[in-house]
Design a protein around this ligand. Sequence first.
Ligand SMILES: Cc1cc2nc3c(=O)[nH]c(=O)nc-3n(C[C@H](O)[C@H](O)[C@H](O)COP(=O)(O)OP(=O)(O)OC[C@H]3O[C@@H](n4cnc5c(N)ncnc54)[C@H](O)[C@@H]3O)c2cc1C
Length: 444
Amino acid sequence: MASAALTLADLASGRVDTGTSPIHEPYWWDAAPLKEVERPTLPMRADVVIVGSGFTGLSAALTMLDKGRSVVVLDRGVPGFGASTRNGGQIGSGNQKFRVRDLVASRGEVKATALLREGTRMLDYIGALIAKERIDCFFQRCGRFRGAMRPAHYEAMARDMEDLKRIAGVESFMVPRSEQHAEIRTDRFYGGSVLPEDASLHPGLYHSGLMARVTARGGAIVGLASAKAVQREEAGYRVATEVGKIDCSQILIATNGYTDHLVGHLRRRIISVHSALIATESLEPGLIDQLMPARRVYGNTNRVFYYFRAAPDQNRLVWGGRAARLSGLKAYRHLADELLSVLPDLGNVGVSHVWDGSIGYTYDALPHLGCTRDGIFFAAGYCGTGVSRATYFGHKIALQMTNDPDGKTPFDDLAFPPFPVRDAAQLAVPFVERWYRFRDAIEK
Ligand SMILES: Cc1cc2nc3c(=O)[nH]c(=O)nc-3n(C[C@H](O)[C@H](O)[C@H](O)COP(=O)(O)OP(=O)(O)OC[C@H]3O[C@@H](n4cnc5c(N)ncnc54)[C@H](O)[C@@H]3O)c2cc1C
């Protein structure tokens, strides 16, 4: 096993002063470094300005460019600064976010069915896009294993999986505890569920592939160009940025967990929740195959859950969970602790990277797309399942902006409720999380 100054055991016990620090950047940036921007230059006008250069913005840009529109994508940071190059690269339909019965109770069976089936289409869409665009990003239908943290969670998941199959035709299977070593070599879980169609990719390579396809079609991606104000003009909009003004006929806000005050309508409806990840050094050859023989993406059933996987190109683990409010390396301590609770023999493995990012959450825990009264389009609020959802919503909103009837989705007519007191909700995030952690700990 590789030795490093800071091991998982060090990090888990808070002994972080070992002299050598892991890299404080996403592991994914090693293979797909973000491009430095020297002197951002802005065209005078474009048919469409897209604010945000993540999966939503780039996917929308591709669809717009294919429809013959000129497109400028703006980002406040270097392109790809947001969650799209920071995530765990686990790809789901979003359906695992719901307890199916709750969704049926709140939305009715017809709507719930339509929303769940749309989730499956999102998963299919990202696979088809990557294949069509030939983006080399390790996309793989590896399946998802979700470990039950309590026997009761296993039973509840089994019922939920049955409902998902009955209502939306989604295939899955349960793995009892006695057989779970075929999925993962741990006794931490009380069995689990497998969604075999779920997938994984390398987020950095996927993002840089999308950027390359956008620029190859003539789209401009301008980093270090924060949009500061959007003004309605007679024939469209004028967007003031920190590097000048740009006029456009249409504007799309694709800022998700990084949403600022630019558009009040969106600001009132999205809060940011931080998520953090660590990557380990390479493990001994063959060890990952022993520990995670199914090589899926993994998670658990807690309210404050963790998620993990093997990096696609290396024998290393990438482990994520909620970010702690501490600063410095100690903010990642609980991730190492949780990793070792599942795979306790890895204490001597070194930690190579630590990083975090912002997830966009909505009041009703559903993603939303649409248009404000001022005609400003948006797609956001993926609640932590944005690799497929952002790609799909970016495409759909671009179709809607070009009046293409294929842009219709069952998400169109959902009311998008604001947080009753948005800034208080944002401040309350750490306290809610602590409350959820407490409930996870005491639950039978
Ligand atoms: C740590 C972490 C782990 C995650 N893991 C997973 C996972 O495993 N699977 C999954 O499905 N989802 C995951 N997600 C969620 C997923 O990454 C996001 O939902 C998705 O990337 C959102 O894409 P986006 O394009 O909408 O937003 P982002 O990629 O966040 O891009 C928004 C961009 O908007 C820019 N911006 C904001 N304001 C302005 C402005 N005024 N002017 C110009 N630019 C602006 C920001 O700089 C940012 O680059 C994770 C998220 C995080 C943070």
